[in-house]
Write a protein that binds this ligand. Structure first.
Ligand SMILES: Cc1ncc(C[n+]2csc(CCOP(=O)(O)OP(=O)(O)O)c2C)c(N)n1
Ligand SMILES: [Mg+2]
Length: 187
């Protein structure tokens, strides 16, 4: 399945949950398909979406908090998986779009073809860690994570073919932060 198809499967299932996005194509794809005030786009700094999502989840236990991550991002900050496992916020859902490459910077190979990230999440303490390789597996896995206690992890294996014509996020970092905070506080 294409990365964009995985997004097309998940985005209609969102309600008003805050979603913290990893940099690169993860941000760009989600922004292009369905920009939302509750979307925080991490522009530039790789590896941090999971840590930001953890902070939001701990601060707002009343809300399900989602992280949309990439395999390269997760590999860069593998320690955050341990921190999430150890702090165990029940309301965090961590979704990884795994194309096995650093596609945003020219498709250099990542290690996720040999390191099963869902197993790393499981051993780090996520009580539920699922993997989807087919489009039809995404919705039931997503719903299971959204309905149950987390932290939950979903690895979605996608082909490395995001469309390079996909635009970039046009909001400034300040705008992204302000509207995300407003959306979180119900303004
Ligand atoms: C600290 C840091 N190192 C490198 C980069 C350059 N960079 C931006 S996105 C990206 C690839 C991210 O890979 P992945 O999470 O797998 O997402 P994909 O691009 O494959 O969708 C890289 C290397 C960066 N922005 N910050
Ligand atoms: Mg990748």
């Amino acid at each position: 399945m294409k990365g964009t198809e995985a997004f097309q499967e998940i985005l209609p299932l969102l309600k008003d949950e805050p979603v913290v996005h990893a940099n690169g194509y993860i941000c760009r794809e989600s922004f292009q398909l369905q920009d939302r005030r509750g979307n925080f786009y991490m522009i530039g700094s790789m590896g941090l979406a999971s840590a930001i999502g953890l902070g939001v989840a701990l601060a707002r236990p009343d809300k399900k908090v989602l992280v949309f991550d990439g395999d390269g991002n997760v590999l860069m900050s593998m320690g955050t998986l341990a921190m999430i496992g150890a702090t165990a916020p029940k309301n965090l859902v961590h979704i990884v779009f795994d194309n096995q490459v650093y596609e945003s910077t020219g498709s250099q190979r990542s290690l996720s073809s040999t390191v099963p990230l869902e197993e790393v999440a499981k051993s780090s303490g996520y009580p539920v860690a699922l993997k989807a390789t087919k489009r039809e597996e995404i919705k039931p896995a997503f719903e299971k994570l959204m309905q149950g206690d987390g932290p939950g992890f979903l690895l979605i294996k996608v082909d490395p073919d995001f469309d390079p014509k996909t635009g970039r996020v046009t909001h400034t970092p300040e705008e992204i932060k302000t509207r995300f905070m407003d959306a979180l506080s119900g303004k």
